[in-house]
Design a protein. Structure first.
Length: 544
């Protein structure tokens, strides 16, 4: 588009509309400063079109009337942006009239935009009125017969008086009814559990309140979109982890029931054990066996200041794969987990992996007589960076979707990096590094010395699991067999404990899996130290 600069009076805050349906449409925009408080994305460009549609459709604007002038990420992470709103082409003055500015500004200032799961809530930072709009002043809601000063006085006086009366009534009511509410309201069930729960215990709210010291902040060990996780000790002395959903959380009753239903009938050393649950009127809590070493994400991100050598990482990969293999082949009926990720792989005292969080899991259809992979057509759910791309595009969920997600976890174990960071996708970055012959430059520097041939095979398996096409990925059984083959190649000093080893008591067995020391190496000349350096060929990969 060749437009003459002199044809658009930029000095008066006019500019050419970037997405105008006609060439060289010059108009005067006004600005809106926004900040998305908790977007579910970490890379904005792929979602710009969706965001613009979200804004313009709700503001009743044409798509070309909105331009995103700039955006930047802030701690949180929060996404700050500056928007420009242009008048429509049909407006021959190329300016907004006051009533239209008032309409759009009021809509934004009163937070009438409907909540969007991707972009979340927003903060309104400012309006920018320049050039022909400099004298525009946002008007408050009109009221008949009163001056602005009188209206403000009435509002403040009535509000203050109302608040005072309300507080007095609320305090008296709360004191007189607190005991009654505690005894009766929590006993009313939200909805009866619609299936048998076997040996899973149903806890009263009071029991879990006592176990956590009234949900003291000192017992809190985690927090997520569903709510908070507490460490507690129940009446029989068992130490447990209690996941307490916050009111109006995204966890939902369906996911709550799904978790209880699946874990009440699944029993495997590499699946987290559900001890019980609490389901009272305004409470949803799940009680699990306590995992002293937190999640794999906690370890890789350095939260516990512990590092994992290669043998330990392979051990965690093996346990995770065996837990998922059980879901795919031994559970009756089989189950697709659908949310395999580092935060859902928990680690016990000996760093045995336990797959957790079955809230969005689905029953898997049986394979057909020809052995073709069975699939479910369903809405896409999961965590960005771990979601199978073919499932994302086709909405067809298969067991190979779990294989892809686990492949991403394998890459995290090898590189120590997040699946998506600063807009970079781990799978693509690792593929690029390997194709450039720079594989060893991206191995986690905190791993210490490692046997190069084992790392090569583990990397090849991880990338095979992350193939875009479902049929190109191995089955979970094939992945487990390859991990066993890799573990058999480990030097004798780094042998991974057998299943019988990992269930015995004591700590002597932990030596092969202990935190590594850089002081000496049992490896030969073909073994490598993980590098903290970033390849000059692959400059975009960074540690967690």
């Amino acid at each position: 588009m060749n437009c003459l600069p002199q044809s658009c009076p930029i000095s008066d805050n006019f500019e050419y509309v970037p997405a105008s349906p006609v060439d060289c449409f010059c108009a005067a925009p006004f600005g809106i400063g926004l900040r998305l408080r908790s977007p579910s994305i970490s890379h904005f460009p792929p979602y710009i079109d969706d965001f613009m549609k979200y804004i313009t459709s709700n503001l009743q604007l044409f798509p070309y009337q909105l331009a995103i002038d700039s955006y930047s990420w802030e701690n949180g992470p929060r996404l700050r942006m500056f928007l420009k709103i242009f008048p429509p082409y049909s407006n021959t003055s190329h300016l907004f009239n006051d009533s239209e500015i008032q309409r759009i500004s009021t809509y934004m200032a009163t937070f009438l935009l409907p909540r969007n799961d991707t972009f979340g809530p927003y903060d309104l930072l400012n309006f920018t009125f320049l050039g022909p709009y400099e004298k525009f002043d946002l008007e408050p809601l009109k009221s008949a017969g009163l001056s602005k000063g009188a209206l403000i006085g009435i509002v403040i006086g009535s509000f203050s008086g109302g608040v005072a009366i309300f507080l007095v009534i609320a305090v008296l009511f709360r004191k007189s009814h607190a005991r009654h509410q505690n005894k009766t309201s929590r006993k009313q069930k939200f909805s009866k559990i619609p299936f048998r729960t076997g040996n899973i215990k149903e806890f009263d709210f009071k029991e879990l309140e006592l176990a956590t010291g009234n949900f003291s902040i000192t017992t809190q060990i985690g927090q997520g979109g569903y709510g908070k996780v507490y460490r507690g000790t129940v009446a029989d002395g068992t130490v447990v982890a209690i996941k307490r959903a916050q009111q109006l959380s995204l966890h939902g009753q369906k996911e709550f029931f799904t978790e209880i239903e699946f874990l009440s009938r699944l029993h495997h050393r590499n699946l987290v054990s559900l001890v019980g649950y609490c389901h009272e009127e305004d409470e949803q809590m799940l009680v699990y066996e306590f995992m002293p070493n937190g999640s794999l994400h906690d370890i890789l991100s350095g939260r516990f200041k512990k590092t994992l050598n290669f043998a330990m990482r392979l051990h965690i990969a093996m346990g995770s794969a065996k837990g998922i293999l059980y879901l795919h082949t031994e559970a009756d009926p089989p189950i697709i987990h659908r949310d395999i990720k580092a935060t859902n792989i928990l680690l016990d005292l000996k760093f045995n992996a336990k797959v957790s969080d079955f809230g969005i899991s689905r029953l898997s259809p049986v394979q057909d007589t020809l052995g073709a992979s069975a699939q479910i057509s369903t809405a896409v759910k999961g965590t960005p960076g771990y979601v199978d791309p073919e499932y994302f595009l086709s909405h067809k969920l298969t067991q190979k979707s779990d294989v892809y997600s686990l492949g991403v976890v394998f890459l995290e174990l090898l590189t120590g990096m997040k699946p998506i960071s600063h807009g970079r996708n781990l799978v693509r970055e690792v593929c690029t590094a390997c194709q450039s012959g720079m594989m060893f430059s991206i191995i986690d520097g905190n791993m210490g010395p490692y046997p190069s041939e084992c790392v090569k095979k583990f990397m090849a398996l991880a990338l095979k699991c992350c193939e875009d096409e479902t049929d190109a990925r191995p089955s979970m059984l094939e992945a487990v067999r390859e991990l066993e083959n890799i573990s058999s190649m480990l030097p004798e000093s780094d042998t991974i404990p057998s299943d019988s080893d990992t269930t015995t008591s004591g700590t002597a067995d932990l030596a092969p899996l202990s935190i590594h020391s850089r002081g000496s190496s049992a490896y030969g000349t073909n073994d490598f130290l993980g590098s903290n350096l970033v390849s000059g060929v692959i400059p975009t990969i960074r540690p967690r």
